[in-house]
Ligand binder design. Structure first.
Ligand code: M6R
Length: 614
């Protein structure tokens, strides 16, 4: 939620900041703004709407030259997405500008104290009080770093603040509590960003910040302290992707590019996971095998698409390890007083590593002395930093708001975790684990086979532009895929879409079906169990009631054809791994339908990529 950029160096800050905002726009796109330090004052512009509006305004009447700047792209919390509420916000005397991500929970009280002292506010935001308070501090003679420390001690809630003082262009000062912020280390220049995409064009060296820290960047260096002024150190790391990964590379949308990157992303996730003896290894995990052996319950916590990856994990972990698994929405977890012990392993799944609900849930689990393992795509983000161990998914940057390669690589990570636990606990033999690993190694090729049918899926999608409601049915590991297919369609096409466990349909939802309603049916592979045949009955039931069935079935499954109005062929894979291939046509369908409806696929309305407020 909200993208933040800060810069001090020798380049023109306006272009560095606006370019950074373009790369962070997926974090929020309700408004955008920029502020520069210029000749003892602040120069700024801010506009409601997408960054393009701000860019158009700047092209017409650019800001003066400056080498010190901050910028913001907003996902609105306090106040409507209009010009007045756009960031930056300025102090009473326009000496100081601030951008903010998060929610200052005690802003109402601070605002009324300031109003009693005669301050006038121009916006409905919680942010503006921070600008006024900081300005009071610098006017009292403190430098901006000390001012930030003093103000942060008075604030409650979650925030990243980035500020500049028009009278001190040598520095930009930022602070973070429960909200993302990283430093980019350049030569004769330094950067701040909500994530590394903000400055990837300029440097791949980054610095992780801890909780409750203030960071001051100048052209020459970086200084970190706690909110109390105690010196602190950041953790430096090298970003293992470059600018090309953050560009569309000829695709119309980042989402489409990311869908087509899935074979490579899955291969990268699997890379280096077996040692010379053929044993599975999870290097980053940091949890001892002895600790894992003691685990008697796993609780998976996540939100949105990551939650659906967690649902697939339950099937895999319980089947391969016989450890009981609960899957819980992060936003519900800590409010229901969950039963946690030292032998409970909490697994937090998060692409961004910054989702506030998930972060608060793992904090709760750790207070209860449970071990926490993160499955995450974003190096240096808060959730893996605050966990006991991590499995990184190595998908590369995911910029489309709708998660795609993030999801399939989360699936890979949960399979790896399940197999690793099976290895440690001895619930599978080594050759059984190797067989599944070999099947996983074939997955990039299988996903590519599905991608090769994209044109067929696009044709279906374009023929459904007038559709107002779509259902998705699955069983077993296909059920979470149905939920994921429905989520993709809701968030991109803004139409009613619901996923159901196929067996549950007749307990009520079947009443929704009327003539011609499209229903995606994810057909399990034929096997020893009855899943496939039960699904076939379900398809017949909905078709008998007029549904238009779009079936996803194994390539040589001839039993489905008579009941399928449209048939998408999936490679033959085991049922537990089928989500990796079955989700792909659903992603393609949602992407193409939203495109045909004229929607912005990468920036769907009301959404933001990482949800850093509860
Ligand atoms: O970064 P996270 O995986 O923690 O994000 C969780 C959800 O916010 C995210 O998956 C969201 O549902 C996506 N927009 C789905 O496409």
């Amino acid at each position: 939620m909200c993208g933040i950029v800060g810069y001090v160096g020798a380049k023109q800050a306006q272009s560095v900041v606006v370019e950074g905002l373009r790369r962070l726009e997926y974090r929020g796109y309700d408004s955008a703004g920029v502020a520069l330090a210029h000749e003892g004052a602040v120069a700024w512009d801010k506009r409601a709407g997408k960054l393009a509006n701000l860019e158009a305004a700047l092209a017409e009447s650019g800001l003066p030259e400056s080498c010190t700047g901050i910028g913001h792209t907003r996902w609105a919390t306090h106040g409507a997405p209009n010009d007045a509420n756009a960031h930056p916000h300025l102090g009473e005397h326009r000496r100081l500008a601030v951008v903010h991500n998060g929610i200052i929970e005690n802003f109402a009280q601070l605002r009324s104290e300031l109003e009693d002292a005669g301050h006038v506010f121009l916006s409905e935001t919680d942010t503006e009080i921070a600008a006024h308070l900081l300005e009071l501090e610098v006017e009292a003679g403190h430098d901006l770093t000390v001012a930030m420390q003093n103000v942060c001690r008075r604030l409650e809630g979650a925030f990243t603040l980035v500020a500049l003082d028009g009278q001190d262009p040598s520095r930009v000062v930022a602070a973070r509590r429960n909200s993302p912020l990283v430093v980019g280390l350049g030569e004769g220049e330094n950067f701040l960003g909500s994530d590394v995409a903000a400055f990837i064009e300029h440097t791949r060296e980054a610095l992780e910040l801890g909780q409750d820290q203030v960071v001051t960047i100048t052209a020459e260096g970086v200084e970190i302290t706690g909110f109390d002024g105690t010196p602190a150190e950041g953790k430096q790391y090298h970003v293992d992707w470059d600018l090309t990964a953050a560009e569309k590379d000829g695709h119309d949308w980042f989402m489409r590019k990311e869908i087509f990157e899935q074979p490579r992303a899955v291969a990268d996730s699997l890379l280096g996971r077996r040692d010379d003896a053929g044993l599975l290894k999870l290097d980053e995990m940091r949890l001892d095998d002895s600790e894992l052996r003691d685990i008697d319950k796993i609780i998976i916590i996540a939100a949105g698409t990551s939650f659906y990856a967690g649902m697939v994990a339950k099937y895999a972990i319980e089947h391969w390890t016989r450890i009981s698994v609960e899957v819980e929405l992060a936003s519900e977890f800590r409010y229901r007083d969950p039963i946690l012990t030292h032998s409970t392993l909490v697994v937090a799944i998060s692409q961004s590593g910054e989702t506030a609900d998930t972060l608060q849930a793992i904090r709760h689990a750790r207070v209860q002395r449970s071990k926490v393992l993160a499955i995450c795509n974003t190096n240096g983000s808060t959730i893996p930093r605050e966990s006991d161990g991590v499995i990184y998914t190595h998908a590369g940057p995911e910029i489309g708001v709708a998660s795609t390669k993030g999801y399939v690589t989360q699936l890979v990570a949960v399979y790896l975790l399940a197999l690793y636990l099976a290895q440690v606990k001895g619930t599978l033999f080594g050759d059984e684990i190797n067989t599944v690993m070999d099947q996983l190694d074939e997955m990039p090729e299988h996903i590519q086979t599905v991608l090769d049918q994209a044109d067929q899926v696009y044709d279906f999608a374009r023929s459904h532009v007038d559709t107002r409601s779509v259902l998705f049915l699955g069983r077993h590991a296909g059920y979470p895929v149905a939920l994921e297919g429905a989520l993709k369609l809701k968030e991109l096409a803004y139409i009613h879409a619901e996923g159901f466990a196929a067996g549950e349909l007749k307990h009520g939802p079947i009443a929704l079906i009327d003539q011609g309603m499209p229903i995606f049916c994810i057909v399990p592979p034929r096997g020893r169990d009855q899943l496939h045949d039960k699904m076939l009955s379900g398809i017949q039931e909905v078709r008998a009631r007029g549904a238009h069935t779009i079936c996803l079935a194994e390539e040589d499954d001839e039993t489905i054809a008579p009941y399928a109005d449209a048939l998408i062929r999936l490679p033959k894979v085991p049922v537990l791994l089928q989500p990796l291939v079955a989700v792909v046509p659903l992603q393609l369908f949602a992407c193409e339908l939203a495109t045909a409806m004229g929607h912005d696929v990468d920036q769907p309305r009301n959404l933001a990529k990482s949800v850093t407020v509860e």
